[in-house]
Design a protein around this ligand. Structure first.
Ligand code: 8X3
Length: 257
């Protein structure tokens, strides 16, 4: 039946921002969705919207991606019919603060590194063997322009996104003799809750980042993600750098004090 033919996409960090945009875009296009996030209330709201608007088939898989045990258990708990993930969108990510490398809080940076790098790696480690076995699949990592250029106040975050680039390139190499594709999406300025978290809840400081330009939003990035997923299987969009028309490079400067 047609339900069995529909592709399944798992999106981490799907309760807001780029992840939510991707959920909407793939729902619109008839994919079945496994949505991960920590905030169950927000995930339920996204599920409801997608069911109402697009009659989407949505399965919620709430867990903290940093918790490897929880990730393993959640994936194992997927019911029959939901286990064969076609697309893994490693989207969950964050940064806390704009501190200098020699002044920041190591505990906060653990959270950032654990989420942006180690959780992405764990999800890949758990999901990709099934893709290889089935002979189909696609891993789409949310990198960043920050992985191409370090900028003031971005040291650890930029390092994480450089790691995402290396993990994407490495995985693409490791999968070269399989039909599984690997894509690294590298957004520039995108206005989401990301910036609010970066500035530890200071909405004004977050808004300031986008002053005078029209930033991208989660739906804009979802267009690019979807494009990479939708092209024929012999085409591998290895990476995409995507930014607002009025942004030119990654050397964004944040006031640090
Ligand atoms: C976040 C985008 O421009 O702050 O990945 O590096 S930026």
């Amino acid at each position: 039946n047609s339900k069995m033919e529909k592709k399944i996409v798992l999106i981490t960090g799907a309760s807001s921002g780029i992840g939510e945009g991707c959920a909407r875009k793939f729902a619109m296009n008839g994919y079945r969705l496994i949505l991960n996030g920590r905030n169950v209330e927000k995930l339920v709201a996204v599920k409801q919207e997608l069911e109402e608007k697009y009659h989407a088939d949505v399965f919620l898989l709430p867990f903290d991606v940093r918790d490897r045990q929880a990730a393993r258990m959640a994936l194992d708990s997927l019911p029959a019919g939901w286990k064969e993930i076609d697309i893994l969108i490693n989207n969950a990510g964050l940064v806390i603060g704009v501190d200098k490398e020699h002044e920041g809080n190591l505990d906060e940076w653990d959270v950032v590194i654990d989420t942006d790098v180690k959780a992405l790696l764990a999800m890949t480690r758990f999901v990709v063997p099934g893709m290889v076995e089935r002979g189909r699949g696609h891993v789409i990592n949310m990198g960043s322009i920050a992985g191409d250029y370090a900028y003031p106040g971005g040291s650890v975050y930029c390092a994480c996104k450089a790691a995402v680039k290396a993990l994407s390139d490495g995985l693409r190499i490791d999968l070269v003799d399989t039909p599984v594709r690997v894509t690294n999406i590298k957004p520039g300025l995108v206005e989401t809750n990301f910036s609010v978290v970066r500035f530890r809840g200071d909405k004004e400081a977050a808004d300031n980042v986008y002053k005078g330009i029209r930033p991208l939003d989660g739906d804009d990035i979802a267009e690019v993600v979807y494009f990479a997923a939708a092209v024929p299987g012999h085409i591998q969009i290895a990476e995409v750098l995507v930014m607002p028309t009025n942004q030119a490079t990654g050397t964004i400067t944040y006031k640090q004090k």
